[in-house]
Ligand binder design. Structure first.
Ligand code: FAD
Length: 380
């Protein structure tokens, strides 16, 4: 039976947003036997979560050793068990691929940058290998002969994010969460500094706890007559090109400073992406595709002959300081945030579910996760 919301519906917890973040939390809370109702304005996972490339690459993207890297590595390290339990719960294989990630340098300056990254990551105890051009080409013969050097991150993996969404929907429902598509949350009703209800397009849901997990649209949620105050999250458009590569031209996820290629098990090859601040416009543009194609061909010139299968764009949710917002509101009892995951929401989905689950169940969270609480901004 389809889950619906009508006036007078009740739940322990209402989750607003059915992307990878809201769904991961719904599953986690349902595992903990809470009565969960998730509201999704459109289709589950159809926004940024479907647009993503599915890279689980905290090390490849890191410029320094900080709490964000610790959070991202901790979430990546949860993935093998996350994939296995999701498979047991649903029979859906989320295609966790552990081949690893290559990061290419095309100039001497880029090679020096990679060497720096290699040195600090090694001394931080992270797994990373430095490769000559010849070694990189022996691993991936279809890469450009122009490369100067490369790093290999054996623990930076990838997952098929659209299968992940399907698995999370299925698991959360099997565990008893109620997931409602086509229902928009419009505002959160606060009474005496406590969450009392969530107003939706189809009626009011009474709940003492509400979790804002609506990605790029976070600032559109109202609090009674008020709003969040100064804008908290801005949308950052990312365009993606999907090619058909049978047989595959690369096995690893491959990055350069400008773009990336992600090979999928079924022969798709994703080429990404752009970083554009254009509001809520999800258009795919000629300019965006030209940029992506140039960067893809720099990595692997043979991609020029591949058929184009699809293209799309999604809106990454970015906070003012670029770090995600995960935790309880200081001002309003029962209000939680799980948003602003910007370029790493697929990677951070397992740990976000765990942090919110621990907070709601009154368990002690890991200390470094405190850096991500909403207390760092002046918000409700
Ligand atoms: C091109 C591109 C490539 C990316 N690649 C990667 C990658 O390789 N690895 C990685 O880790 N991350 C990647 N990301 C980032 C990742 O996609 C996001 O960080 C992640 O999807 C955010 O998840 P979310 O659930 O917060 O947001 P979304 O998936 O956008 O979900 C939010 C949901 O909330 C719903 N919603 C909004 N307002 C309301 C409301 N009022 N009521 C009800 N529902 C509402 C929306 O309809 C939406 O479904 C990429 C993103 C893009 C665009």
């Amino acid at each position: 039976m389809k889950d619906v919301v009508t006036n007078g519906s009740k739940a322990d917890v209402v989750i607003i947003g059915g992307g990878v973040i809201g769904l991961s939390i719904a599953r986690e809370l349902a595992r903990r036997k809470l009565d969960v109702l998730l509201l999704e304005r459109g289709r589950f996972g159809a926004e940024a979560s479907a647009a993503a490339a599915g890279m689980l690459a905290p090390q490849a993207e890191a410029d320094r050793d900080d709490d964000f890297l610790r959070l991202a590595c901790a979430s990546r390290d949860l993935y093998p068990e996350f994939a296995q339990t999701l498979y047991e719960e649903t029979g859906i294989d989320i295609e966790l691929d552990r081949t690893g990630t290559l990061y290419l340098a095309f100039t001497e300056e880029e090679a020096r940058e990679l060497e720096k990254r290699y040195r600090w990551q090694k001394s931080a105890g992270l797994e990373v290998e430095i490769l000559s051009a010849a070694e990189a080409l022996s691993l991936e013969p279809k890469l450009s002969p122009e490369i100067q050097a490369a790093l290999r991150f054996p623990r930076d993996w990838q997952v098929e994010n659209r299968r992940l969404i399907g698995a999370l929907v299925c698991a959360a429902q099997k565990l008893g969460a109620r997931l409602c598509a086509d229902v928009e949350a419009t505002s959160i009703k606060i009474e005496g500094k406590r969450v009392e209800a969530v107003e939706t397009s189809t009626g009011r849901v009474h709940a003492a706890m509400a979790i804002i997990a609506c990605g790029a649209w976070t600032d559109l949620i109202r609090f009674g007559e008020g709003d969040l105050g100064e804008p908290l999250i801005r949308p950052v458009r990312g365009q993606m090109l999907c090619l058909e590569a049978r047989p595959p031209i690369v096995r690893h996820v491959v990055y350069s400073l400008r773009g990336y290629l992600v090979p999928r098990r079924d022969g798709r090859l994703l080429a990404g992406s752009t970083i554009e601040r254009v509001g809520f416009d999800k258009s795919v543009t000629v300019h965006g595709l030209r940029e992506i194609i140039d960067h893809a061909l720099e990595i692997a010139p043979e991609a020029a002959a591949l058929p184009v299968r699809d293209s799309w764009a999604g809106l990454r949710p970015q906070t003012r300081d670029g770090w995600p917002l995960i935790g309880a509101s200081e001002a309003i009892e029962g209000l939680f945030y799980a948003t602003g995951h910007y370029r790493n929401g697929i990677l951070l989905a397992p740990i976000t579910g765990k942090i919110i689950g621990s907070l709601i169940c009154g368990e002690e969270p890991q200390s470094f996760t405190e850096r991500f609480t909403p207390a760092r901004f002046k918000i409700k």
